[in-house]
Design a protein around this ligand. Structure first.
Ligand code: IMP
Ligand code: MG
Length: 187
């Protein structure tokens, strides 16, 4: 391991700062606190990208909530059209009759969340809402209602605050765009 490793060296520019994220998470938390008064929602974290947003968000919530985790993977290129994803790790608990808030890092085409919502609906959730830190509406391929979002961003590939490129950069505390040379090894 290179001792002079500095994650910042790979970042071309920052799109959303850690401070802006902190404020947005607080705002989303306030909205959810109001909207779910008297309820006991289940917060579902979509691993791994949403993990950092999720950890910060649930700590803004003053409700008797529970948390659960789901990991999914796409079936490669075919998902881009079918939207079918594979569940790698399912929820631990039954969500029948529950008010569910699905927490995602970013909504891009919207296919992943459309599929997840369908599955949760089939399992008898009482209500399902989506909270995402980032939203790229330009890329949407389905009609998906995003109930809570932090930032609408342009069609650029971003990393940090949970979002990865080849599993790296999730620990970067801001949302940034990588330098083109980082992708140079790709064909
Ligand atoms: P969708 O089904 O196209 O909405 O896919 C959303 C998923 O794609 C997210 O949960 C991310 O894992 C991944 N993704 C989409 N855009 C980005 C990005 O800019 N950076 C990192 N991951 C992304
Ligand atoms: Mg993701």
């Amino acid at each position: 391991m290179d001792q002079t490793y500095n994650i910042q060296d790979d970042i071309d520019h920052i799109l959303v700062t850690g401070e802006e994220i902190r404020q947005a998470v607080e705002k989303i938390g306030k909205q959810i606190n109001q909207d779910y008064q008297g309820k006991q929602p289940v917060f579902i974290c979509i691993l791994k990208g949403a993990s950092i947003f999720f950890a910060d968000l649930v700590r803004q919530i003053q409700l008797p909530l529970s948390i659960d985790f789901m990991a999914i993977s796409s079936y490669g290129k075919s998902t881009k059209t079918s939207g079918i994803v594979r569940i790698l790790k399912d929820l631990d608990h039954d969500i029948q009759g529950k008010d569910v808030i699905v927490v995602e890092d970013i909504v891009d085409s919207g296919l992943t969340l459309t599929y997840i919502k369908k599955v949760l609906n089939q399992r008898g959730a009482n209500s399902i809402r989506v909270a995402t830190l980032l939203d790229k509406p330009e890329r949407r391929q389905t009609e998906l209602t995003v109930d809570y979002h932090g930032f609408v961003i342009p069609n650029e590939f971003v990393v940090g605050y949970g979002l990865d490129y080849n599993e790296m950069y999730r620990n970067y505390p801001e949302i940034g765009v990588l330098k083109p040379r980082v992708y140079d090894h790709e064909e």
